[in-house]
Design a protein around this ligand. Structure first.
Ligand SMILES: [Zn+2]
Length: 580
């Protein structure tokens, strides 16, 4: 079915004579001229493919309602217009579709209908705004409801898929100087997999990998709450309307996963900002509410080219420790400073020390519609950002044409084991979105003002940060974030009960601990534990059981220390607390 929607000041139409023989004669009153003012005229052509009347009408009505709501009209004129298609359905089918559509639309609108199968004269005045002329194709695709999809999967096809499900993409070439990549280390430490059947760019984290991400998350949430952030939880998708307001639809759509949900455009979110702005706008704000700092560990989706996808550095789905600081101009500098302080705190605790800052700027010559068109604001915000950076005495490199579409950024850059540069954390000053979302607050003189926004990530995308940590440490993570903290190993079977007791106590104390009580040599057990980069190896033999002690070895150290379980546990707690 093809339709053309016209938002009109008025339409006048009058049937003249029959165009199809089989059509019934019109009654006297139906032959008169009809005029409808302020209406959405829907020119329609029912096609051969519209045989599923119920479904076609459902989608058609949904489309018409959506447009009528956008242009805010209560009057619909259904107007058969054969010239829209060269593949018309039978008159019977057309009448059936139009009858049903009229019935459905009448539940919501005043509906007028021009007769089918007649030559008509008509006069029309179209309004001429951007939404006043919209053509759509109504297509019903896919399966009937209730049809079984899995019946299509042949035995061979299922077997092939199940076989490829057991193959995980973990092959990876060594990096510079033979360094292992995060893909390789992820496999060695059993942290995550990329599965062919699930899809590239969509990592699945094992319990160990998830445990690291959980600790990162708790760490950053606690720290941010202490620093005055408030946490939100917002949806992973929204109607295209929201992204049209933000400009993502215009500037970023090709990088978004767009979904057709019951005939409406939705998209998985690439950023958190619009959602938190909606929350900010739920109340009237005054200068006393500022700075407002909304944080969220948000799941985001970005449609990277499949060739660009790499381990945990480039993914289709990832999380971002995101936040938006809504402040006034006077607070901007101080808040920016606080963000940098938080980032430094995070890096110190993670033990990341090989990054550098990049000041990412706008390029006035970029012709790809990449940036918000407001040269004056660009110049001003870049000047403001540069002033802050210089005042803080921060060393940075400048990069043209790397800004976000709404403002300049300060990026914290790193290189992976192949020497490829990427961004770990980012801080952005935004002048465009407060305007687009009409964010306001009342200042101390009672006047309405426009706030500024800092977009920032603190621990970045935890997945990507983990990937850098893995490569930087080659898997030898600090105790607080390590997936493999303690391995308890038995010398012989006679100490199994004591070893189990030690394991239980360490587990209950909250450590990431494993027990190896297999009937293998202690040498073999220790070698395996070393490959898995356990921070502590605890050996238990007859002597330890008798003395009620542990033989403890630190990762990378040959020396064995004797200590009690309490001493060991206390030592580890301090190490974790201080994040050494
Ligand atoms: Zn943002």
């Amino acid at each position: 079915m093809k339709i053309l929607n016209l938002h009109v000041d008025y339409i006048k139409f009058k049937p003249l004579k029959k165009a199809l023989k089989k059509i019934a004669d019109l009654a006297e009153h139906e032959r008169k001229e009809v005029e409808v003012k302020e209406a959405l005229v829907v020119l329609t052509a029912v096609e051969k493919s519209d045989s599923n009347v119920e479904k076609v009408v459902e989608v058609f009505v949904k489309n018409v309602r959506e447009i009528a709501e956008q242009v805010k009209t209560e009057n619909i004129v259904l107007y058969p217009y054969a010239h829209l298609s060269s593949n018309l359905g039978s008159p019977d089918l057309a009448v059936k579709v139009l009858d049903e559509a009229e019935k459905q639309l009448k539940k919501h609108f005043k509906v007028s209908r021009a007769p089918f199968g007649y030559y008509k004269e008509f006069e029309i005045k179209v309004k001429g705004h951007p939404l006043s002329e919209l053509s759509r194709e109504i297509r019903v695709e896919g399966k009937e409801v209730g049809e079984k999809y899995d019946s299509e999967l042949s035995k061979e096809e299922r077997a092939r898929l199940l076989k490829s499900m057991t193959k995980n993409k973990t092959q990876s070439i060594p990096g510079k100087g033979g360094l292992k990549s995060n893909v390789e280390l992820g496999k060695e430490l059993d942290l995550y997999i990329i599965n062919e059947v699930v899809g590239k760019g969509l990592p699945l984290f094992t319990p160990k990998g998830t445990s690291i991400l959980r600790r990162m998350r708790r760490f950053i949430e606690d720290e941010e709450l202490r620093r005055g952030y408030e946490y939100t939880q917002t949806p992973i998708m929204a109607k295209s309307d929201l992204y049209k307001i933000s400009g993502h639809w215009q500037h970023y759509k090709k990088d978004m996963f767009v979904l057709d949900v019951y005939g409406k455009d939705y998209a998985l979110r690439p950023m958190t900002c619009p959602f938190q702005f909606v929350l900010f706008k739920r109340k009237v704000r005054t200068y006393k509410d500022l700075p407002k700092k909304y944080a969220e560990i948000a799941t985001l989706y970005r449609k990277e080219q499949t060739g660009e996808l790499r381990g945990l550095t480039r993914m289709w789905q990832f999380n971002l420790a995101d936040a938006h600081i809504i402040c006034d101009e006077k607070q901007l500098e101080k808040e920016f400073e606080k963000v940098l302080d938080l980032i430094n705190f995070v890096m110190k605790n993670l033990g990341i020390d090989d990054t550098w800052y990049r000041f990412s700027k706008w390029d006035s010559k970029n012709e790809n519609n990449k940036y918000v068109d407001n040269p004056k604001a660009w110049e001003e915000s870049q000047k403001a950002m540069k002033k802050i950076l210089d005042k803080l005495g921060l060393k940075y490199l400048e990069a043209d044409d790397e800004a976000a579409f709404y403002g300049p950024k300060l990026d914290l850059q790193f290189k992976d084991v192949y020497g490829k540069e990427d961004t770990l954390f980012t801080v952005q000053i935004d002048f465009a979105l407060p305007e687009k979302f009409d964010l306001t607050y009342i200042d101390d003189k009672g006047k309405e003002k426009r706030p500024m926004i800092i977009h920032r990530s603190s621990i970045g995308a935890p997945e990507r940060t983990l990937s850098h940590l893995l490569e930087l440490t080659q898997g030898k993570m600090k105790l607080w974030i390590s997936p493999n903290q303690i391995k308890v190993m038995t010398m012989n079977n006679s100490v199994n009960d004591y070893a189990k007791e030690v394991y239980n106590k360490l587990f209950e104390a909250g450590f990431e601990v494993e027990l190896d009580d297999r009937n293998e040599s202690i040498g073999k057990k220790a070698r395996e534990a070393q490959i898995q980069k356990f921070n502590y190896l605890v050996t238990i033999g007859d002597k330890e059981e008798k003395e009620n002690t542990l033989a403890v070895r630190i990762r990378g150290d040959k020396k064995i220390e004797k200590m009690t379980l309490d001493e060991f546990s206390e030592k580890l707690k301090v190490e974790i607390k201080e994040r050494r």
